[in-house]
Design a binder for this molecule. Structure first.
Ligand code: AMP
Length: 281
């Protein structure tokens, strides 16, 4: 059965109140729609852990630093609802822009430090948009657990930080990145790639995996970085926003592997920005 779609906060709260009264636990999976197997893996994890599962779909304008990106972002609500059917989600929450940001809305949540680098440095305002919408979704759904993908690893760390800092009583669960057969990390933005670009796209993960192997064998980023960048650009990528080794917890910059080190990359392919990250140790 297709899960009911709720578009208002009042309706959402009426439903969650019933679940709460019955002593049921609630899991939330925040998304921007155009669902793929990555999102579905989060919904499955929520289904396995919680009595009730809410998937939210909201293309959050505040986290887009580029108006064209917002305009072009894929929107596929009917298909999304159908994809969630087999998982047994209880509710799909699809609020309107006015519902989330009514006239007079004036609050911004900003997480210091973790948002200074990586996507925070190359997409100004992006994480303020994320950090403002996520606690709203947590409070609106009154969820016990929230499921986020490691695909957006920096976002996951920012969300963990804000939940702790704001004392929001919710467990933030990180789930592994789901990939296409050729290694490309699944992303709603992959839909925007032309056939030609789609063939080139897996090179990013391929180069990162090779780098991870060399780093595990003792190589430093200083030694391997230039060659890796050259390979990515030679494959047809136009620009690399970052290709860095960082600590997986505080995201501080590293030159050599250590426990919990991760490689992070963002690169442009024919107007589409792809990001990826992998554990190194
Ligand atoms: P988005 O719709 O892109 O905002 O993503 C919604 C959630 O799905 C976020 O927690 C993402 O990290 C997660 N997600 C996106 N792509 C993947 C993937 N390939 N594997 C696992 N989780 C993902």
């Amino acid at each position: 059965m297709i899960a009911p779609i709720e578009r208002t906060l009042t309706g959402l709260r009426a439903q969650t109140a019933v679940w709460r009264k019955a002593g049921e636990t609630i899991g939330v999976v925040p998304t921007m729609g155009a669902l793929h197997q990555g999102h579905l893996s989060l919904a499955r994890a929520a289904r396995a852990a919680c009595d009730r599962v809410i998937v939210t779909i909201f293309v959050n304008p505040k986290q887009f630093n580029n108006p064209d990106d917002l305009e072009n972002y894929p929107r596929t609500e009917e298909e999304d609802a159908r994809k969630l059917e087999s998982i047994g989600v209880d509710l799909i929450y699809v609020p309107s822009g006015d519902e989330m940001y009514p006239s007079g809305f004036a609050t911004t949540v900003h997480v210091d430090g973790l948002t200074d680098m990586l996507c925070g440095a190359t997409r100004p305002g992006h994480f303020d948009g994320v950090a403002t919408i996520v606690p709203k979704l947590f409070l609106q759904t009154s969820a016990d657990q929230a499921f986020f993908g490691e695909k957006d690893y920096q976002q996951l760390q920012v969300v963990r930080r804000l939940a702790r800092d704001l004392d929001i009583p919710i467990d933030v669960i990180g789930c592994p990145t789901i990939r296409e057969e050729d290694g490309l990390a699944m992303s709603s933005r992959n839909l925007l790639l032309s056939d030609r670009s789609r063939i080139k796209a897996p090179v990013l993960a391929e180069v990162m995996n090779d780098m991870a192997e060399r780093l595990k064998s003792g190589a430093t980023m200083t030694a391997i970085q230039d060659e890796a960048r050259t390979r990515i650009l030679a494959a047809g990528f136009n620009e690399i926003d970052y290709l860095e080794l960082r600590d997986g917890s505080d995201l501080s910059l590293l030159d050599a592997a250590k426990p919990d080190a991760r490689l992070f990359a963002a690169a442009w392919l024919a107007g589409v920005r792809l990001i990826d990250n992998i554990a190194v140790e």
